[in-house]
Each structure stands twice: as structure tokens, then as C-alpha cells.
Design a protein. Sequence first.
Length: 140
Amino acid sequence: MRISAPSTQTGIVVVAVVLMPMIGVALTVVTPWWGAAWMILAMTALVIFSARTFRGAQESTAPRPWWRMTATPLASALLFAAFLAQAAFSFFSTWSPPLEVPGNVAVFVLLVIGAAYANSAIRLSRTGIARRASQASAPR
């Protein structure tokens, strides 16, 4: 299954971004560890799902290489910056005892996800995949 319609991709991400914190807050009421674990696992699952199933407008439906997270280097770079900012926010905001260890785990996971997007941006820009795809679709 490959999803290339931007409206469908947006809908999936918006629903996930709304539901994840709602469930996370409910679990945090039970115990902070459950809420943190849920948020980390749900976010990681969303990243893996979107990287493997979402496709760009001109992208083929063939399986992507393992390192490719998005259709373009710019998209990968922007997501790298977003996950890096989330890691920094998490690092500086979870110094209180109930969330100290889960916060540190979250920082590590966010940095790993950010590194995957950075790797994707670098490799996509080096290989020129996005440039070839845009040149092939340009009218002559």
C-alpha cells in the first residue's frame, strides 16, 4: 500500500497527532512511565509508517531504499530540524523526577529519528534523485 494523495497523508498525520497526546495524557494519569512509553512508541510507529507508505507526487510505488524517508531532500531536512527541536525541548523540559528517565529516552529516540531524516536528506541531495524526477516530469 502506497499513499500519494497529499490530503490523505495530511489526514493521517493530523489524526495521529491529535490522538497520540490524548491517549498519552490518559496513560500519564495512571503513571508517567506509561504515558511516556506510549508517546515514544506511537511517534516511532508513525514515522516508520509514513516513511514506508507515503510517496511524493512523482515518486514510484516501488519499495524505497532503507535510508530514504521522504521524496525530497528539503522535506527530509525540515523534518530533521523539527525532530532536533523536539529533542532539545524535551532535554530542557524534563528535569523533574517523575519524567527524568522517560524524558532522556525520548531525547535519544528523537535524536535517532532526526539522524535518520538527516541521513535521508544528505543521501537524496547527493544522488540527485529528486532532481531527476522533477526533470523527467517537466514539460519540454
